[in-house]
Design a protein. Structure first.
Length: 275
């Protein structure tokens, strides 16, 4: 049996991120062979991953970041089982490393991101290792991106909610941040009325008609009442038509035009772990 030193254990810990005792046991199983010890830890991660595959990973972090010239924004969600782990700095740091790689590689979709190399292994493989280290199910469940002339991120304190907003031209950081926070607070479903899916519009009209019918309104008034309710829906649920949270006398569109007549939002993303 090879002699396992504290230096060996510490080196393996720094390489894998596993706990000191796990590293010592892995080195003992590998008879002191460093590469075999890494494999032992990886296999442990796979075993734990298999064991916890049916567990619900509903906690985690939502993070967003920009590329160097703020024309690309990427958002990811890394899930775990407990809030305790979600608040752990090592877990948050791991999520940030994944996000950094996403910014560097600009993958096409979630599955492509999982294949990107991180510390010499695919992100999928490093997640399995983390499962062995943490002892909880860990899952990279969401990836999305926005490209625009200017993109701004907002991450709400606690890392449970994040937004990205894209603009058709450069604007001030304050204006951009106000819009990103508006999206976080008011949860719009689309940028403008014309961006709302036809099936959503029809559903809202149907709801409006049914409500009016239950209230005893005349049959010949149902369509007109439904259109009025649809207009209210657009005002409450589409970003540019919403009341601006910092000044309810203005719509978001008016706020943007006060800054620049040509300024508008081209796209946005919003993700919350709480709903």
């Amino acid at each position: 049996m090879a002699q396992i030193t504290a230096a060996d254990v510490n080196k393996l810990r720094k390489t894998t991120g596993a706990g000191m005792m796990d590293c010592k046991v892995a080195l003992q199983e590998a008879d002191g062979n460093f590469e075999k010890a890494i494999e032992v830890i990886r296999k442990k991660g796979q075993a734990v991953a298999n064991k916890r595959a049916d567990r619900e990973a509903s906690e985690g972090v939502v993070l967003a970041k920009l590329n160097g010239d703020s024309t690309l924004g990427i958002m990811i969600v890394l899930n775990c089982e407990t809030d305790f782990v979600a608040k752990n700095e090592n877990f948050i740091g791991f999520a940030r490393k994944i996000l950094d790689k996403a910014i560097d590689s600009n993958p096409a979709d979630l599955e492509s991101l999982k294949k990107v190399l991180l510390d010499g292994k695919s992100i999928d493989e490093t997640i399995i290792e983390q499962i062995g280290i943490i002892g909880e199910k860990v899952e990279l469940s969401y990836f999305a991106k926005i490209s625009a002339k200017q993109v701004i991120p907002y991450i709400h304190p606690g890392n449970k909610l994040a937004t990205l907003a894209g603009f058709n031209k450069k604007t001030s950081e304050q204006v951009a941040k106000d819009i990103a926070m508006q999206i976080a607070a008011m949860s719009p479903i689309a940028v403008d009325k014309t961006d709302v899916a036809a099936e959503v519009i029809e559903k809202e009209k149907e709801i409006g008609r049914e409500q009016a019918k239950r209230e005893g309104k005349p049959e010949n008034m149902l369509d007109k009442i439904a259109e009025g309710k649809l207009a209210k829906f657009f005002k409450e649920s589409t970003l540019l038509n919403q009341e601006f949270t910092k000044d309810a006398k203005k719509s978001v569109r008016q706020y943007l035009q006060d800054s620049d007549k040509e300024l508008t939002v081209t796209a946005f993303l919003r993700y919350s772990l709480n709903n």
